[in-house]
Design a protein around this ligand. Structure first.
Ligand code: ZN
Ligand code: ZN
Length: 341
């Protein structure tokens, strides 16, 4: 089969073609697994982090890609839930142990044996991939393959962040950064909580205009202070300073949720101090989001189906995966990037 493979870590500023186009064997399935003919795979910012060595450990060589939509073409002898021809998706969660205290309490995303698709095992930048039947999610009829792919990570992790904010209708929710994930989360939040007021902090004029178009109640940059305080904020920026500033806009008991797999490296010249009474007092919290559970993926697809939420996307050929990654790095963001396989 044809695939794009990451064989070594490289800096995209120096090497614009970090992935190699290769022919390799179609994966062999185990008794509880299904073989999938991949139709689309969306490209995630996490893949840029994998390529540039910021996400460790990583299996090398690896076929990246964790927003996969395709059809089942072969099933293992013990498979019960799926049959040939079923359309399924695969997200970041490839498997978890199912036995530990986290798995048993609905936090399989925190399992010490969490296996991530396209990082610990081969993913979807390929014509075929495989997965245990327990982690293949059915795709609602309504979506094309291209529309469903970005929901599997940008949508699912963003949705997990939204759940962790604990916001309800008639509350105020802030968005710090307004890229692929937060723009989907705003759509989801507005659909599920029609009386929620959304406040978007974004650096670029273009992002603020998009936020306004999507119905944001208030838009500004991080230096600006909205007149109302916020119940929660979802942060997707790679830096620290905006978080500290954003904490000042929280109400008592407010929570800031960081939806980012990594932040800028520690730099003593850029130390930011938290003022306890101004920034954290009154039971304010900072919380991170790690990975996703299988249920997060199922629930976000269900919500997107009910409320007709579809991501904007741009298509690329499999062989142009490097270009899609470079476009993410250079912030040529016009919706999600989707590989058509
Ligand atoms: Zn992702
Ligand atoms: Zn576990």
């Amino acid at each position: 089969m044809k695939c794009m493979v990451l064989t070594k870590i490289s800096d995209l500023r120096v090497n614009k073609n970090p992935l190699s186009y290769k022919e390799t064997d179609v994966p062999k399935i185990d008794k509880n697994e299904v073989l999938i003919k991949v139709n689309t795979c969306a490209v995630c910012h996490t893949e840029l982090d994998e390529i540039e060595g910021r996400i460790k450990p990583i299996k090398l060589p690896v076929i990246p890609g964790h927003q996969i939509v395709g059809r089942v073409i072969e099933i293992g002898s013990k498979v019960k839930k799926l049959k040939n021809g079923d359309r399924v998706g695969i997200g970041w969660i490839n498997s978890a142990c199912g036995k530990c205290v986290y798995c048993k309490s609905g936090f399989e995303n925190l399992c010490p044996n969490f296996v991530a698709t396209g990082k610990d095992t081969d993913g979807g930048y390929a014509e075929y991939t495989k997965i245990s039947e327990d982690y293949a999610v059915p795709i609602p009829e309504k979506f094309t393959d291209e529309e469903a792919s970005p929901l599997l990570c940008a949508g699912a992790v963003g949705y997990r962040a939204l759940k962790l904010t604990n916001v309800k209708n008639e509350m105020n929710l802030g968005f710090l950064g307004f890229g692929a994930s937060n723009h989907l989360v705003l759509k989801i939040a507005k659909a599920v909580y029609p009386k929620l007021k959304s406040f978007v902090f974004a650096r670029s004029e273009k992002e603020r205009a998009l936020a306004k178009d999507l119905g944001a109640y208030w838009c500004g940059n991080i230096e600006e202070t909205p007149e109302e305080k916020l119940n929660a904020i979802i942060d997707t920026t790679p830096v620290w300073m905006p978080i500290v500033k954003a904490m000042r806009n929280l109400k008592p008991n407010g929570r800031l949720v960081i939806n980012n797999i990594r932040k800028e490296d520690f730099d003593k010249d850029k130390l930011v101090s938290i003022d306890y009474s101004r920034d954290l007092w009154m039971e304010k919290e900072i919380k991170s989001v790690a990975n996703v559970t299988f249920n997060d993926i199922k629930e976000v697809l269900n919500i997107a189906d009910i409320y007709d939420i579809k991501p904007a996307y741009q298509l690329y050929d499999l062989a142009d995966a490097d270009k899609a990654i470079t476009d993410i790095k250079e912030k040529r963001i016009e919706g999600a990037k989707v590989l058509k396989i």
